[in-house]
Design a protein around this ligand. Sequence first.
Ligand code: TPP
Length: 356
Amino acid sequence: MSAREVTAKAKHLEMGLSDADVLEMYRYIVLARALDDRMWVLQRAGKAMFVISGPGHEGAQVGMMWPLDRKHDWFVPFYRSVAAVLVKGMSPAEILLSLLAKATDPSSGGRQMPAHYGHPRYKILSTSSPVGTQYPHAAGIAYAAKIRRTGEVVITSIGDGGTSQGDWHEALNFAAIHKVPCIFAVENNRYAISVPLNKQMAVPSIALRAQGYGMPGSSVDGNDVLECYRVTKEAYDRAKRGDGPTLIEFRVERLGSHSSDDQQERYRPKEEIEAARQRDPILTFGTYLRSVGLLDDAKDQQLRAEVQREIDEATDVAERAPDPDPATAARHVYYDPDPDNPVDPVWWRGDTDRRR
Ligand SMILES: Cc1ncc(C[n+]2csc(CCOP(=O)(O)OP(=O)(O)O)c2C)c(N)n1
């Protein structure tokens, strides 16, 4: 039975999303969560040194990535962007290769900390550790896309605390002045590690700040996956038309601690943590899919079993992968021409005599 038969007004159909689309979106959310759980298990087992991930942010991330052309457009992630990089093309195995710092980790060959995602093939820009730097990077890529008339759109994301960084403000100002095709997402979980939102800003909404730079700003419930899609699609179409950037605040819940290095129970009230769990996007989106007849217990169990198998296989691949050769530790730190690497700038220019 399709959603159209159950109700003439299924919200996703009105938005132009098919039944297959919304089921795939749900699958990505469940996949990202299962991957997240596995990362924590690997860390607790002493196989990974650190975990920082996105439980609770998945619905907003899947909704915000869905309007993108996954091959053509750019994504500039942050450490919580697990679901987002999956939608953009990375596999669970690639994410686990980076968690375990393996030689074949596509993000950095095992050099970066976990959660510093990057992938040239999927146009995911490598993550830098200082919070906020992704915003000017995204504004710069979007400026280049505009000058080169490539038609690419850029999306980047950050947490609420990251909006206190100078980089964040400079990027928005520059992007609005030059009307670049960029979507600036903020995943507002109301905490920057243990620092609450009211110690980061004196305004009631991050979206309000857009006005100060001369771009539209929206605030959306990040557990309402379809709303996240709708608002981002509007911003995407605006960027495509050449009308410039948009700021979108996604109000999300952080369902765990900031990272494997802290304990949220020490700075968050129990009731708040419990209330956050009720707003889990797996629950909210699952409820929607059931209400339009696309999901039931049997289908949900089958999907979760398939996802679990995929995560088990990815774990095997990552655990069996070789560690990097210590002799190559400084590779990628300084410029090192590599004729076999298709993203090497020398290779691009065909300037091969400059190779060592
Ligand atoms: C410039 C800079 N300052 C501090 C840090 C350490 N740090 C890493 S994540 C983080 C909290 C960021 O909070 P927020 O932007 O709200 O995102 P969230 O982790 O809550 O998703 C901090 C302070 C850093 N990486 N870079």
